[in-house]
Design a protein around this ligand. Structure first.
Ligand code: MN
Length: 252
């Protein structure tokens, strides 16, 4: 995720890939299968642990230490009793500041049991973890639902961004931005691929962007290189940075 105004890199999103020999299996081929069973809980847990471990490794690196880590959770997992304990123990085990972790959940995950989800998210937030609603705008969450949920970030679904030249989509983005800001949320656009999309999103008030325009998904080892060659801008290279707000991210 980068700041819409300054271009500073604020954070990363952990994206899982499955290496099968020489090929990388894309997530849309194995996640839906894992989601049919409890396997997804194990996969989520593995990604969470790997992301937090990476955050710990970067904690003392000058250009990487401030980056936030966004981790996607399946809808099954949001309602699992063990979730809060797992997150707490991963952060403690790797000694990572909770404010560097962003948990991303989709609208559908919340609507299955709004009350239980609100309670879980509230506990995460009390711990200092940030909560994001992922792929926002495609589900059935009403403004009344949102108001009752402890959330910090709204991530606009990529479909609105790819259709940004349609009047309807642009209007919906504007509405999402206004709603998000009214609720005190940071609004992030995913799937940004062109400078034109970026410019329009900025004019609509979107706070942060992520997507191929910033860079394709890369392994952690390449982050330092990407920052060094200027493909990504480290926050401390900028005269004034928006780092203090502490959230930033990249989509599943
Ligand atoms: Mn995501």
């Amino acid at each position: 995720m980068v700041d819409g105004a300054t271009g500073a890199t604020l954070g990363v999103e952990a994206l899982v890939r499955w290496r099968d020999g020489a090929t990388l299996v894309p997530p849309d081929l194995f996640i839906p299968i894992a989601e049919r069973s409890e396997l997804i809980l194990e996969l989520d847990r593995w990604v969470l642990d790997a992301a937090v471990a990476q955050a710990a490794r970067w904690a003392n690196e000058p250009r990487l230490g401030h980056l936030t880590f966004a981790v996607n959770l399946s809808s099954r997992h949001v309602l699992a009793r063990s979730l809060v304990g797992q997150i707490r123990s991963a952060l403690a085990r790797h000694r990572v500041d909770p404010s560097r972790l962003i948990i991303e959940v989709t609208e559908s995950a919340l609507l299955n049991d709004l009350e239980a989800a609100a309670e879980t998210l509230g506990q995460l937030r009390a711990m200092g973890v940030c909560v994001a609603i992922d792929d926002f705008g495609t589900g059935y969450t009403s403004i009344a639902h949102l108001r009752g949920l402890p959330i910090d970030i709204l991530k606009i679904d990529r479909s609105f961004v790819s259709n940004i030249d349609r009047f309807d989509d642009r209007t919906l983005i504007k509405l999402i931005v206004e709603t998000g800001h009214l609720l005190g949320c940071v609004v992030i656009a995913e799937g940004v691929e062109t400078p034109h999309q970026e410019a329009v999103l900025r004019s609509l008030g979107v706070d942060q962007i992520q997507g191929y325009l910033i860079g394709p998904p890369i392994p952690p080892s390449e982050m330092v290189i990407a920052l060094a060659r200027g493909a990504l801008v480290a926050a401390e290279q900028l005269p004034t940075s928006g780092i203090a707000q502490g959230v930033g991210v990249s989509g599943r």
